[in-house]
Design a protein around this ligand. Structure first.
Ligand SMILES: CC(C)(COP(=O)(O)OP(=O)(O)OC[C@H]1O[C@@H](n2cnc3c(N)ncnc32)[C@H](O)[C@@H]1OP(=O)(O)O)[C@@H](O)C(=O)NCCC(=O)NCCS
Length: 114
């Protein structure tokens, strides 16, 4: 199975954003620990970070990326929805959590290009 994907973005002030995708079987990676430094938020770094994680997950052979997000996290739910994640029922090994959305999308590009 492929290793976890870890992505860190750095700016002039140091570590600006971090996120990872952890293997959950041979085809699925689970996005976790997505965070942008507070003073760097709202400039597109969150979107850029997740796009890099998705591209690297696809390159590592994962077909699908899933995540949990608190339903009241307006910024994060918007970010993931704009990136093409859709709500889904979690698989048996990932139990449903109260007030938390389970979301998924393909790891590769969604516009048909490679
Ligand atoms: C969620 C988080 C990673 C987003 O990072 P970010 O760099 O601020 O996000 P971006 O600048 O790329 O913006 C992503 C989307 O959210 C929107 N957004 C950004 N700040 C917003 C705000 N304060 N209110 C509403 N929407 C906002 C942007 O407009 C963008 O949507 P758009 O493409 O429709 O314009 C960041 O806010 C964060 O670290 N939050 C704390 C940790 C967390 O909640 N992590 C997610 C756990 S699942």
């Amino acid at each position: 199975m492929a290793a976890a994907v870890n992505v860190a973005l750095v700016d002039g002030d140091g570590l600006a954003a971090f996120g990872q995708a952890v293997p959950r079987g041979p085809e699925r990676a689970h996005l976790a620990r997505v965070v942008v430094r507070p003073d760097a938020r709202g400039r597109g770094l969150g979107r850029a970070l997740v796009e890099v994680v998705l591209a690297r997950a696809a390159a590592a052979g994962f077909r699908r990326v899933t995540l949990y997000v608190c339903s009241d996290n307006v910024v994060a739910t918007r970010l993931y929805t704009r990136l093409g994640f859709v709500r889904a029922d979690p698989p048996p090994e990932d139990p449903p959590l109260p007030d938390v959305w389970f979301m998924q999308r393909s790891a590769g590009r969604q516009d048909g290009r490679t």
